[in-house]
Design a protein around this ligand. Structure first.
Ligand code: ATR
Length: 278
């Protein structure tokens, strides 16, 4: 990377940020396209979010990704919020030219799944009802799923999310204990829970191979490890696995497009992510 007086800066704000995969992914893309852009990570204390946004604008920074714990707080300091990001209630991408906030997490999951199957008219089961589920479930509905069933340990939380998603008619909530019955009738299973995430790689998967079917697409939002317990079960069942790293890849690709107006080299970004994962 050759940083010059003319270099356009984009970056990440969060707390902490030092283990982020985004800098190597975006910088690999900028290098491959010979673009005069650089991506850096900024650890921003929760007390300083407002001054970080104002300062970035003053410094002519072109864009930010936003991660935990600032995704909700930053919304207060923007001029405009993309419609679905507003429904989700969280922003992970800021374009400083327009001072507009977007949420590319959900689009990332949709694009990852759409490498394997179209979401339109599909019956989708989503496990978990936290921030990741919220971002993904809204986009699944927006992309024309026939039904979305949100399963969670805490059913009230699942019901509250289901009530918010009024983009399609058939949105339900249930206990994650009843997952077998729901998955039997589903086309796509999305796991947004942290089950199987490093270091808990030997957790029991939320559902076993015996209770999956061959036509099922199984997406695990966990990307560390790459092959989670759930993905292992999906492979055992001859179902169609979608790896969490793809969501990371496509959310980054969407952010890249928003900032630069260019199509990113997705294969280069994926290689950079894989190198960083190992
Ligand atoms: P994220 O931003 O990654 O979505 P989160 O907002 O903390 O994280 O949400 C985590 C989700 O995973 C929640 O839905 C949580 O369920 P509860 O609301 O019932 O707590 C779910 N979750 C966490 N650990 C889990 C486990 N061991 N089994 C099943 N679900 C789990």
């Amino acid at each position: 990377m050759n940083i010059k007086g003319s270099t356009n800066i984009v970056g990440l704000i969060g707390h902490p940020v030092e283990h982020s995969f985004s800098p190597p992914m975006h910088n690999a893309a900028f290098n491959a396209l010979n673009m005069d852009w650089a991506y850096v990570a900024f650890d921003v204390n929760p007390f300083n979010v407002k001054s970080a946004i104002e300062g970035a604008k003053s410094l002519n920074i072109k864009g930010f990704n936003v991660t935990i714990p600032h995704k909700i707080e930053v919304m207060k300091y923007l001029d405009e919020i993309d419609e679905v990001a507003g429904l989700i209630g969280a922003v992970n991408t800021i374009d400083f030219k327009s001072m507009k906030g977007y949420n590319t997490d959900g689009i990332g999951a949709v694009k990852a799944i759409e490498e394997v199957t179209s979401i339109k008219n599909k019956n989708v089961v989503v496990a978990g009802a936290g921030g990741a589920s919220r971002a993904i479930s809204f986009y699944i509905a927006k992309y024309g799923a026939e039904s979305v069933t949100i399963l969670n340990r805490n059913i009230e939380k699942a019901q509250s999310l289901a009530d918010d998603i009024n983009l399609i008619d058939d949105v339900k909530a249930d206990s994650i204990k009843n997952i077998k019955g729901h998955v039997a009738d589903a086309d796509i299973l999305i796991d947004t829970t942290p089950v199987g995430m490093h270091p808990n790689v030997n957790d029991d998967a939320i559902i076993c191979a015996e209770d999956m079917h061959e036509d099922l697409v199984v997406f695990d939002a966990v990307y560390n490890p790459n092959e989670t317990v759930l993905i292992k079960e999906a492979i055992k069942a001859n179902a169609k696995p979608v790896y969490g790293i793809k969501m990371l890849l496509y959310q980054g690709a969407e952010s890249f497009k928003i900032w630069t107006g260019q199509n990113p080299p997705v294969d280069v970004m994926e290689d950079a992510l894989k190198k960083h994962l190992i």
